[in-house]
Write a protein that binds this ligand. Structure first.
Ligand SMILES: NC(=O)c1ccc[n+]([C@@H]2O[C@H](COP(=O)([O-])OP(=O)(O)OC[C@H]3O[C@@H](n4cnc5c(N)ncnc54)[C@H](O)[C@@H]3O)[C@@H](O)[C@H]2O)c1
Length: 355
């Protein structure tokens, strides 16, 4: 039996699991004790690829948790499996860090959050796009007051990846599988929670996805900010970054960020012309995070198990990002403005994190 403080069973040994295994190589307190996949060959392949000889492999999470002394489950399965995996792991006394999206449906999300709260164990979600040096700097600029009071936040996402696999078959592919990142980023940047959304979703001519490869959404946020999203996963040429092209407009100036290393901000330099002259706004310094991407979320998750505060993406907070997705889907289906509290239901009294 492994005696390290963090003993992990990883479930779902597909594409993203490799990112997790690379990310966790820097945490000496953590050891893998089991790998689970419905297709055992996937688990065996992953074990061989990462030199994890001696780590158990299997097809059933509950059996694996009974035969190992795991205290953490990493959930890298497909979205429809997240609810069952998380609830099984919590029921066996494990803390859970799972891939986005938290769940495929709000009903499953609510059951998972309730199970985590009842168990007293930690359940958090990977939202790796919060843990990038450049978004931390963009957010610091927006939150510094240099733009005045934030009024408007826009995000554009135009990419044309050919994934194959579950994404090309699923419904609402852009909103459910990708926009969750952008919506969560919008909450992080604006420091606000969603109130309502109007969304139009469609599958453009030529799309190689079965459903919903494009969407436009207008969110009203709790601090009065309007957040707009335009996205497509079947747009080839002149691509944005995966982190989106952003524009933040405040009462005192504007900033644009390309999701990478380019950030510009300007404010008026005078008061007496039709279009006023502008001057650059000094940018906050770019600071290197100790861990970025997946490793950043995992570091905060492990720190919380060592007694530090709950991670930013703890389930009671992350359900608000998921609610943005499901409210957008509901709006697109019914052609009307949807209140976030309509989809978050019984959990509308959950604590709200102010970053
Ligand atoms: N954070 C990110 O940037 C990021 C990037 C890619 C994928 N993801 C997320 O990661 C998850 C997995 O995506 P992927 O691209 O690795 O998919 P994938 O299809 O490559 O791998 C999923 C694996 O899970 C296994 N699986 C499915 N249901 C299972 C179950 N009930 N028990 C055990 N194993 C099960 C499948 O057999 C498969 O091997 C999704 O939720 C996806 O949205 C996140």
């Amino acid at each position: 039996m492994n005696e390290k403080p963090f003993r992990v069973v990883l479930v779902g040994c597909g594409g993203i699991s490799r990112t997790w295994l690379r990310a966790t190589a820097v945490f000496p307190d953590l050891a893998y004790v089991g790998l689970v996949d419905l297709d055992v060959a996937q688990a065996e392949r992953l074990r061989a690829e990462f030199g994890l000889e001696g780590v158990a492999v299997g097809t059933n999470l509950a059996d694996m948790l009974r035969q190992t002394n795991a205290n953490i489950v990493f959930d890298c399965t497909v979205p429809e499996a997240h609810a069952a995996v998380t609830q099984t792991a919590l029921a066996h006394g494990c803390h859970v860090l799972g891939e986005k999206p938290l769940a495929d449906t709000m009903a499953n999300a609510q059951a998972m959050v309730a199970a985590a709260q009842a168990s007293g164990q930690l359940y958090a979600v990977i939202q790796n796009r919060r843990y990038l040096d450049d978004i931390v700097r963009f957010r610091a600029l927006v939150q510094s007051g240099e733009l005045g009071q934030l009024t408007t936040l826009n995000a554009d996402f135009y990419l044309g990846p050919h994934f194959g696999g579950f994404r090309e078959a699923m419904d609402h592919v852009l909103l459910l599988d990708m926009a969750i990142h952008t919506f969560d980023q919008a909450r992080y940047i604006s420091g606000a929670n969603p109130v309502a959304v109007y969304c139009h979703e469609w599958n453009p001519a030529g799309s190689w996805y079965a459903h919903g490869a494009a969407a436009v959404a207008i969110f009203e946020m709790s601090n009065g900010v309007i957040f707009t999203y335009r996205g497509s996963w079947c747009a080839e040429g002149l691509n944005t970054s995966w982190e989106c092209d952003w524009r933040a407009v405040g009462t005192g100036g504007t900033a644009v960020w390309d999701g990478g290393s380019t950030l510009h901000a300007e404010k008026p330099a005078g008061r007496d012309s039709f279009i006023r002259p502008v001057q650059p706004i000094a940018l906050p310094p770019l600071q290197k995070l100790p861990h970025s991407g997946h490793a950043g979320v995992i570091a905060d998750f492990l720190a919380a198990l060592h007694g530090e505060p709950a991670p930013q993406t703890t389930c009671t907070d992350n359900i608000y990002s998921l609610a943005m997705v499901h409210a957008a889907i509901e709006s697109a289906k019914n052609g009307r403005r949807v209140l976030i509290e309509e989809v978050i239901g019984q959990h509308n009294s959950l604590p709200i994190t102010v970053y």
